[in-house]
Write a protein that binds this ligand. Structure first.
Ligand code: NQM
Length: 362
């Protein structure tokens, strides 16, 4: 099939990330052709992504592929693709809850879902995991309104709220069936509340957990330690060899400093997140409530409230999280909800870089 050289594309901020949103029908159906096209659109592989839409960081090198759903429980299917910045790879192995915030508005913009008179709810199937989410956002007069009073840490100003509700997911909250595993001498709690995440105390890695992301990224000894722990955690969590995978993520926990439940620094998995992922935060929130887990010992929790404030490098993320118990007696998520914002930045046509040569620059 000939590669389309002009592709309709909507560039959107979703939460604290930014991505290129496409209708599935505007991309090749064959994954290898689609991924080759996306690499050329985003400007990868190149650490500056100078010849494409990517923003030279994993948080700004993201793609959403959206189509009408055949699932009776969903209006649209959302496939998330992480386009590697400096490697010619595209991964479908994780969800993204920040980019998810733009999926409902995109579905209305492209006519996949009719807008309500005041607000619209879009039921979304997250193709990467098979999990579902419902996003509700204002559509006064039948048009998406991105302006509003909701503020989220890590984004300047305010915008319209996108309320996202997650029903219980399909996977196990504790993929190793243990509240604590010990890897390389470090106690970890492995959770999956939509995003496989390894929780550990920052002090167990000889850092405070309050450092700036840039400083943590420059700590070579820490990076070595985290790589070892992640590879073993991936095996224990049933993910196989994760050396080239973007999951599991790693979250260092420390006692809260600004009135929240816990302070976090999250590796995704090599770069340190400037805030925290939505589903990553859902994992932290659930993890803090696991009896005997590493989070329960550090967190300051209000037993009377479902709302958990997770501190991160640029502020906090509030998430509502309740747990239940499986018939086998293990903890499982009952409900997770979060408020994000999204904003349409650009709607138009993207012109992919030519197929070859990939090399030749100086
Ligand atoms: O965990 C970054 C982000 C994310 C993922 C990452 C996310 C989530 O902030 O739901 O949103 O963990 O790679 O975009």
């Amino acid at each position: 099939m000939p590669q389309p050289e002009e592709v309709p594309c909507l560039l959107m901020r979703g939460g604290t990330s930014k991505g290129a949103y496409f209708l599935a029908t505007d991309l090749p159906a064959e994954p290898a052709l689609r991924d080759d096209l996306l690499l050329r659109i985003m400007g990868s592989p190149d650490e500056r992504q100078i010849d494409g839409l990517g923003g030279a960081h994993p948080l700004t090198s993201k793609v959403a592929v959206i189509s009408a759903s055949t699932d009776p429980a969903a209006d649209v299917d959302y496939l998330f693709l992480q386009v590697m910045v400096d490697r010619p790879e595209v991964s479908d192995r994780q969800n993204c809850g920040n980019i998810l915030a733009g999926v409902g508005p995109f579905a209305v913009e492209r006519g996949l879902v009719p807008a309500g008179e005041q607000e619209t709810s879009v039921r979304i199937r997250m193709v990467n995991s098979g999990d579902h989410a419902t996003a509700t956002f204002p559509t006064p007069g039948g048009r998406v309104d991105y302006t509003g009073e909701a503020g989220i840490s890590g984004v300047l100003g305010t915008a319209a709220p996108v309320v996202i509700e997650f029903p219980p997911g399909a996977g196990e909250l504790l993929p190793t069936a243990n509240a604590v595993d010990v890897i390389d001498g470090v106690e970890v709690t492995c959770v999956n509340n939509g995003m496989p995440t390894v929780l550990m105390a920052a002090t167990a890695l000889k850092v405070t957990g309050y450092e700036r992301p840039r400083d943590l990224e420059e700590d070579v000894a820490l990076a070595d330690r985290l790589r070892t722990i992640r590879l073993e955690a991936g095996r224990l969590m049933g993910l196989g060899d994760v050396s080239d995978a973007t999951v599991p993520k790693l979250t260092l926990l420390a006692p809260p400093r600004d009135g929240g439940a816990v302070s976090t620094r999250t590796f995704i998995p090599v770069r340190c997140h400037t805030s925290i992922g939505v589903l990553g935060a859902a994992g932290v929130a659930a993890g803090l409530r696991i009896d005997g887990g590493v989070g329960a010992r550090l967190a300051v929790l209000d037993a009377a409230s479902d709302r958990i404030r997770i501190e991160h490098p640029t502020g906090f993320l509030d998430i509502e999280s309740t747990l239940g118990t499986t018939p086998g007696g293990l903890p499982c998520p009952r409900r997770t909800a979060v408020v994000r914002t999204a904003r349409k930045i650009f709607d138009g046509t993207v012109f992919p870089r030519a197929v070859a040569p990939l090399t030749g620059g100086r």
